[in-house]
Design a protein. Sequence first.
Length: 86
Amino acid sequence: MEEPFRTIVTNAGGQPGRILAELDQRGPGYGFDALARRVVGIDEVGLYDAAPVVKGAVHTAIASAALALTTDVIVHGKNPPEMFNA
């Protein structure tokens, strides 16, 4: 997770080494606000962890895949084609 973070900090115009050191010093509950370009308390400014969002996306993807796999079982044609000629 460090390399994507470094990219975000660099793209925001910050120095990744300095920001990482500051986050290590402050500990849990702090993050980097790319818009403000500073380390902030995540609860204070309303930044949220993306993990629940990713978890929700994965759950939705799995549910969609399961639905796609069972669609042919659910949908029955009025006159299905015969597979074998007897």
